[in-house]
Design a protein. Structure first.
Length: 202
């Protein structure tokens, strides 16, 4: 199920009336949301399929904590909803003895950071390949207005560019028209940059 409704997208496409294009527009919303999820750094969830903005369960393997701070682990997707378990194990066995329990850390849900309670916990996050395993729930149960706007701007562009797919320009009656690039609009990227985890490689 998509975060953005068909009726909301239609507000961005006043030229469309009736229900004849509903199936096509629904599919465009799904594609736009998947592309935006990739841009934001969302991996494939444990359920499989394409990257999605919707809340889901993820098993994440993170090599390193925050630079110069072994007590902070930043997840590659946000917002974070809950943590099921965290293991820090350079041997990658993730046994019970390597688990960091919930009483040993704070959560910064908005910035998707796990912060070790210094003075409570005697451990820190490891610096090794796939050494930190986090099972968590992350994503959106409902979309903020900025994200809805970004999806609709992108999806409406995808719809309007259908007739020019595979072409950069066209000539007619002695005049030439150059089509806009078929990429995510800069307006959309600027909105999404505020929603992107700083752990995502730009």
């Amino acid at each position: 199920m998509s975060l953005v409704s068909l009726s909301t997208l239609k507000e961005y496409l006043p030229e469309i009336t009736g229900t004849g294009a509903d199936t096509e527009l629904t599919n465009i919303i799904k594609r736009a949301e998947a592309d935006i999820a990739r841009f934001l750094g969302f991996p494939v969830s444990d359920a499989g399929g394409s990257p999605s903005l919707e809340a889901a369960t993820y098993t994440l393997y993170i090599d390193n904590p925050v630079f110069n701070n072994k007590f902070v682990l930043r997840l590659p997707i946000k917002p974070l909803i809950t943590i099921t378990s965290i293991h820090s194990d350079p041997n990658r066995d993730y046994t019970a003895s390597t688990e960091i329990t919930s009483g040993e850390y704070h959560l910064d849900l908005q910035n998707a950071e796990v912060i070790i309670k210094i003075g409570v916990s005697t451990v820190a996050f490891s610096n090794a390949f796939r050494s930190n395993r986090v099972v968590c729930s992350a994503g959106y149960s409902s979309a903020p207005e900025d994200l809805i706007h970004a999806v609709c701007v992108f999806a409406s562009q995808l719809h309007r560019q259908k007739t020019s797919q595979g072409r950069e320009s066209t000539s007619q009656r002695g005049a030439s028209t150059t089509y806009s690039p078929k990429v995510m609009p800069q307006e959309v990227k600027e909105i999404l940059n505020e929603l992107r985890s700083t752990a995502t490689i730009l």
